[in-house]
Each structure stands twice: as structure tokens, then as C-alpha cells.
Design a protein around this ligand. Sequence first.
Ligand SMILES: [Zn+2]
Length: 265
Amino acid sequence: MRYIEPHAHMVSRTTDDYQSIAQAGCEALCEPAFWAGYDRGSVEGFKDYFRQLTQYEPARAAKFGIPHFTWLCINPKESDDVVFGREVLSIIPEFLDQPTVLGIGEIGLNKNTKNEHTILEEHIALAKERDLPILVHTPHLEDKLKGTRLIVDALKNAQVNPDRVVIDHVEEHTAAIALDAGFWAGMTLYPESKCTPGRAIDILETFGMERIWMNSACDWGISDPLAVIKCALEMKKRQHSGELVEKVIYENPRSFLRQSPNFTL
Ligand SMILES: [Zn+2]
């Protein structure tokens, strides 16, 4: 089955994972900049990470025939220090012209602090200035509902075109907040938290199959690089047609990602 993995943190994965997803039918993979499992000690650490995302990782993916794209930002978890956040923001423009950069992401909130919010607004301004799409990370567990509302308000205040923004990690209680406001929504399939495949399909059946995608977000924690394809098989077990499955795992992400001039298949 062909599919697009729209959100995966491959810097944390092995070559075996690349092999498995290539065999499963992955035709393109997108890697948003995020927390590395530890806090970087300097702006130089971010520079190295952005080089890894724009140079090394695309070359590694190419060995398995998978086009690799990326999104750049300082993630909300490390942006509570506004001075540091701004220093990292200042080096992002020098990477934005790299040929595999899709836009700004995954930006958002972690603990919904005022400082995180300031850096979120400055990322949104950068995306607007460069006319780039945005990929949003929404907070975990008890912070998710409030955080999602705050992020949507910040995007509306900045008058960002909602069709150019995907709000990721939505769950049952936040999917409508994103979709009703005209944004795209992403569901993250994790074995233990966020959405299980069953819950993700319930959400699809409840909110419809438009402007929505699924991703594995596979990273340094407990996660499964094959989650999207496993969920697709689960959709088929629930008697969803092959056409509908292909729409969710291939056509929808392609439609959104194509808004970025660097996304080609
Ligand atoms: Zn992520």
C-alpha cells in the first residue's frame, strides 16, 4: 500500500526502520524539528541539528528510495527561555532555502507558558513573512485542550490562512477545534499515548475524512514507525474501502504538503 509518513523523527531511528517503512510502501517522509530527548546546550547544537535535518537525513533516506522533507523551528519544549528561543529563531532563515524544507514546525506549546507563547507568535510571524505553511504540535494530556485553543487563537490573531496550517496530535476533544476553524488536523498513532489505531479510526468516522492525516511521529520514545500502515490495515478490517484508506494515508497528506513548493513526489 503506498502512503506518506507526514511526521516522523528519523534522526532517532535506525536504518532497519527505514528499510521496514520502504518495504511497507512509504513514498515520502516528513520530519519536523523537535526535542531530541535532551535539551541542547547552545545555538550551535541547533545549527548541527538543522544541518542533520536538511543534509544528512535526506541522504540517509535516499538510500532506501524515500524522499525526505523537513520542517524547521525551535520546539516549544526548549523555547521557554525567550532569549535562547530568539537566538535559535535568528539562525532558521539561513536554512529555509534548502531544497527539502517545507515550512515552519513543529511549533506550538508544551506547558502553555507565556514565554512559549511569545516564541510561538514569532514563529508564526516568520512563516507569514516567508509565505510558508505551518505544522503545529499541541501539548500533552491535561494541557492539550487549553493549549490547542491558545494556539488556534494565536493563528487567528495573526490572520494565517488556516488551509496552510496542520494542527497535529489532535484527539477526540480537540479534532473539532482544528477542523471547524478550517485548519488541517493530524492524528499521531502511539502505542501508549495520543491515539491508538482504534481511536484514530473512531475520530475519522466521527469527524470525516477531509483535511485530516495520520502519522507515527516515531521518535526516541515508545513509538512505531509502521503505525500508519497498521492503522490502514485496521481501517480495511472495519470495511473502509481501499479508496478511502488511500485518501487518508496518501492523498490527504499529499494535498496539504503540495502547498509547499519544495514538496515533490
Ligand atoms: Zn513530532
